[in-house]
Design a protein around this ligand. Structure first.
Ligand SMILES: NC(=O)C1=CN([C@@H]2O[C@H](COP(=O)(O)OP(=O)(O)OC[C@H]3O[C@@H](n4cnc5c(N)ncnc54)[C@H](O)[C@@H]3O)[C@@H](O)[C@H]2O)[C@H](O)CC1
Ligand code: K
Length: 491
């Protein structure tokens, strides 16, 4: 699914109005009807709720919702904040329609909001062009202080859809955001979690042709937009699905190699060889009998690189440590890799961060899987806000021609061509040791089977999160451990 900017969404709205064709008033009715149905379906609708409207089309949506809820037996109090000289035409038309049913209260300062009520936030939507101030800011702060259950229409009032806010901006803190058609960039930024709550988008029938023909650089990966693995031919043999090599583990961290190996084997690879320090040999052979094992000559760490000619992809990093001998091993690996597809994770990334001049030696389209801390180390700097982080991520992938998987709540797969793919699966239960090792195993297995590396990364990240969601559904988030994930993978 493409992610559009606020300007593009406005243009999509206009395109639909002229091409469907549909009047803008009817489109507003359609959007607000979808939202009212959602409120009724979820059981959040209630009598005596409070609907807070601004004077633009977001406020217009609020007035339609007020009318439809009233007709459904849920009359609410409607407050309109007077923040402009003139209201939008569709707002005026819907105010007139609502007034046939009930009255509204115009306010110029914060009103009393009970704590045990439903508040529908229709003050400001994607038309926000400056931070909320004056009576709007007062009302926003009163709503946040009330402790009521807030549902924001389209986006939390005061939150910019596609650029950063300042730390002390007045922004609604909703329990739910219900957007229209596609997620807004703001929904996916970790720093906005408080201003988004649980979010979802409702299909309001915007014209699909606009989506097809409008280029985007940001995507939301859901089950509808996944790259697929090759079908397995009936007469296939293990030689058809690649031979992966994992270089992982050190004394005390052999478990990382076990986790990555199990995940690799559960992700369709034909053959797997794991290179571990000598101390990991019997552990690996016992814990993962399906894998072949190469023992390094060093008892506690990996110091050398085996002959790479028979492998179709290499994954390096889980549990490696950063001993001098291992640093030399990575240097040798970069020398020997040629153009082979490879995944770099964990300590392999930390070694790269200590030797940034090596970044130019990475094979084109290598996959790097940093979490934000590791990414700041690779960059040698940090960022002012989530949007700057995305700019830096794009520039990094372009400069080194690599695919970067930036791990987090919505893990981002960034390509050398400048695309950003935000993942939709996963849960906080996965914030536990070893889940990254599992991801490395999955990605190495996929790469070994030959798809374009960016596709492997998008698909692998999605399935990894999905396995986490299944594991959490079965066991509960706190009980989830990395070792569960390979067992819950499903392709
Ligand atoms: N695109 C769609 O899919 C649909 C969107 N709908 C809804 O329309 C709003 C966007 O409406 P718009 O009138 O453009 O903007 P707002 O209501 O967000 O803002 C109103 C108005 O307020 C002014 N303004 C902006 N910032 C401030 C501020 N900080 N203080 C005071 N005033 C401000 C500005 O001039 C705006 O024009 C969208 O979110 C949806 O809810 C349609 O209903 C259906 C289709
Ligand atoms: K809103």
């Amino acid at each position: 699914m493409k992610i559009f900017s606020a300007d593009q969404i406005r243009a999509w709205d206009a395109y639909t109005i002229s091409h469907e064709p549909i009047s803008s008033l009817d489109l507003m009715e359609r959007a607000a009807t979808a939202l009212t149905d959602w409120l009724l379906r979820t059981g959040l609708a209630r009598r005596d709720g409070h609907i807070l409207c601004g004077m633009g089309n977001n406020g217009g949506d609020g007035l339609v919702v007020a009318r439809l809820l009233h007709q459904a037996g849920y009359p609410c109090h409607v407050w309109i904040v007077r923040h402009a000289e003139k209201a939008s035409a569709d707002f005026e038309a819907n105010l007139a329609r609502y007034r046939h049913l009930a009255g509204v209260t115009w306010v110029e300062e914060a009103m009393e909001i009970p704590s045990d009520t439903l508040v529908i936030d229709a003050l400001l939507g994607s038309g926000l062009n400056r931070c909320a101030a004056g009576p709007l800011a007062e009302v926003i702060r009163a709503v946040n202080a009330s402790g009521s259950t807030v549902v924001s229409i389209d986006i939390a009032s005061g939150l910019f859809a596609d650029r950063p806010n300042q730390p002390d901006d007045a922004i609604i803190e909703p329990a739910y955001t219900v957007g229209f058609q596609v997620p807004k960039p703001a929904f996916l930024q970790p720093g906005n979690a408080r201003f988004v709550g649980r979010w979802q988008v409702l299909d309001i029938g915007l014209d699909r042709r606009y989506e097809k023909q409008t280029p985007a650089s940001r995507y939301f990966t859901d089950s509808q937009s996944l790259p697929s693995l090759r079908n397995r031919a009936v007469f296939a043999n293990k030689g058809n699905f690649g031979h992966a090599l994992l270089i992982a583990g050190s004394y005390g961290k052999v478990g990382a190699a076990v986790l990555a190996s199990r995940a690799c084997l559960r992700s369709g690879v034909g053959l797997l060889t794991v290179h571990v320090p000598e101390c990991g040999y019997s552990v690996l052979q016992t814990a993962v009998p399906e894998a072949m094992c190469l023992a390094d000559e060093h008892p506690k760490m990996i110091t050398g690189v085996p002959d790479l000619s028979s492998y179709t992809a290499i994954g390096v990093g889980p549990g490696l440590g950063k001993a001098q001998e291992t640093v030399r091993m990575l240097d040798e690996l970069l020398l020997k890799l040629g153009g082979k597809p490879a995944v770099f994770d964990a300590d392999a990334l930390n070694i790269l961060a200590d030797n940034p001049e090596w970044l130019t030696r990475l094979p084109k389209n290598s996959i790097l899987t940093p979490h934000p801390k590791e990414f700041t180390r690779l960059l040698g700097r940090t960022w002012a806000d989530d949007y700057e982080k995305l700019d830096l991520l794009r520039a990094f992938c372009k400069r080194y021609s690599v695919v970067t998987v930036l791990k987090g709540q919505h893990t981002i797969v960034a390509t050398p061509e400048g695309e950003l793919h935000f993942n939709s699966t996963g849960n906080p239960g996965m914030a536990t040791g070893g889940t990254g090792d599992v991801l490395t195993g999955i990605l190495t297995a996929l790469l070994a089977q030959g798809p374009p590396p960016a596709d492997a990364a998008i698909l692998g990240v999605y399935r990894h999160g999905e396995a986490g969601d299944r594991a959490a559904a079965r066991k509960g988030e706190p009980a989830l451990i990395a070792g569960d994930l390979p067992e819950f993978l499903h392709w």
